[in-house]
Design a protein around this ligand. Structure first.
Ligand code: NAD
Length: 368
């Protein structure tokens, strides 16, 4: 049985509550003989600021660099609203992304049949939905230079952001998307705005060349980002893997997230460059934040966090069967009618964070 090194960064607010449920799942996996985990606990966000005066310590950064996967809860909260900008809780998350070189953000949007009525769209549009948005995370307009506001001296100012992508950045995110598609529905939709943006023209050209050269077996379609936004709410089941840049990916993945009902259901993975052994630095985290409004009350839905761990099983440890089993356990628990408050719908009662975690463990035990 292989052993994997995890760094657990629970963070703030509901972070520690949902992380507790992941630890239970990891312990169960070890007992079931699937894999064992050497876990270290670190501090990030406000918790790290309180302890060290910065959003993540050098010691924890070192542990992150040495780990097989970082499992991240959530950071932030009103307590730290006034701390200096460079040590604010989110700075810990940005430092991890930067130093681990996490250029690929994977956000699945899966609509469990039992939750189809929680979506703002009609059941037949979202039921059984399973798409993956691959967003470029370290380039594009959020990082391009120049990035400034200049005074034009005539009472006017000018705000400038620069959208910039190099060939290698488009190729490496494209590879992540094509590789994923091969393990799923074998279809990639690449999205940009080549009708009005030069970076879009290059994105389209490089993706086509990569496809022809390395992935001719995968179906490749192109769709302008505005049209894709429209299609995501019109008929989202037409997509398998969507690959797009940082800006469009930010917006389109948020649109897709709402197809599935609740923030408490959405996992994510961020991956770095593959080394010569094919191993990537990686971080797994729920899409939601620290939810200060419900923290400490046992109300948080742990499914986004547990499903993020499921993505670690699949993408960092190559334990696809265990990941499938975990996804099935979650689906079965939802199908049995168990609900946390955020996905209550018309359910008569709700369960706590711990009860939801326990129910998923019991289901794992049943289907193993
Ligand atoms: P949020 O995601 O924390 O909460 C939004 C709403 O969704 C709240 O009503 C919350 O109760 C609910 N919610 C979120 N996760 C839930 C869960 N697992 N179960 C049940 N309900 C859940 O976003 P926000 O309120 O805008 O931000 C709160 C803090 O989190 C801020 O400090 C923000 O900066 C931070 N934040 C951190 C991250 C991160 O760590 N990656 C992401 C987003 C926001």
């Amino acid at each position: 049985m292989a052993t994997y090194k995890l760094l657990l960064l629970a963070g703030d607010g509901i972070g520690p509550e949902v992380m507790t449920e992941v630890v239970k799942v990891a312990d169960w996996m070890a007992k079931a003989g699937i894999a064992s985990f050497e876990s270290e606990n670190g501090l990030v966000g406000g918790a790290a600021y309180d302890a060290h005066g910065k959003a993540i310590s050098e010691g924890d950064m070192k542990l992150a660099m040495e780990s097989d996967a970082v499992i991240f809860g959530a950071v932030g909260g009103p307590k730290w609203d006034a701390v200096p900008y460079d040590v604010r809780p989110e700075a810990g998350l940005l430092r991890l992304r930067k130093d681990l070189g996490l250029f690929a953000n994977l956000r699945p949007a899966i609509c469990y049949p039992a939750l189809a009525d929680a979506s703002s769209l009609k059941r037949e549009i979202v039921e059984g939905l399973d798409i993956m948005i691959v967003r470029e995370l370290t380039g594009g307009v959020y990082f391009g230079e120049p990035k400034e506001i200049i005074d034009l001296g005539n009472g006017q100012k000018r705000g400038i952001d620069t959208q910039v992508y190099d060939t290698y950045e488009i190729e490496r995110i494209g590879r992540v998307a094509f590789e994923l598609a091969r393990k799923r529905g074998n279809k990639v939709t690449s999205s940009e705005k080549r009708n009005v943006m030069k970076s879009g023209v290059l994105w389209h050209e490089v993706t086509n060349a990569l496809h022809k050269r390395e992935y001719p077996d995968v179906q490749l379609d192109h769709m302008l980002a505005d049209a894709l936004g429209m299609q995501l709410v019109r008929w989202p089941k037409q997509f398998d893997v969507i690959v797009t840049d940082n800006l469009f990916g930010d917006m389109l993945s948020d649109v897709a997230s709402m197809l599935t009902g609740s923030l408490g259901m959405l996992p994510s993975a961020s991956l770095g460059e593959a080394d010569k052994n094919g191993k990537r630095k990686a971080m797994y985290e729920p899409v939601h934040g620290s939810a200060p409004d419900i923290a400490g009350q046992g109300l948080a839905n742990p499914i986004a966090m547990i499903a993020s761990f499921g993505m670690a099983l699949r993408y960092s440890f190559n334990l696809g069967e265990a990941a499938d089993m975990l996804d099935k356990a979650i689906a079965n628990v939802l199908a049995s009618g168990l609900r946390t408050a955020d996905i209550k719908g018309t359910a008569a009662t709700t369960v706590s964070t711990t009860q939801m975690g326990d129910a998923i463990l019991a289901e794992l035990q049943k289907i193993k």
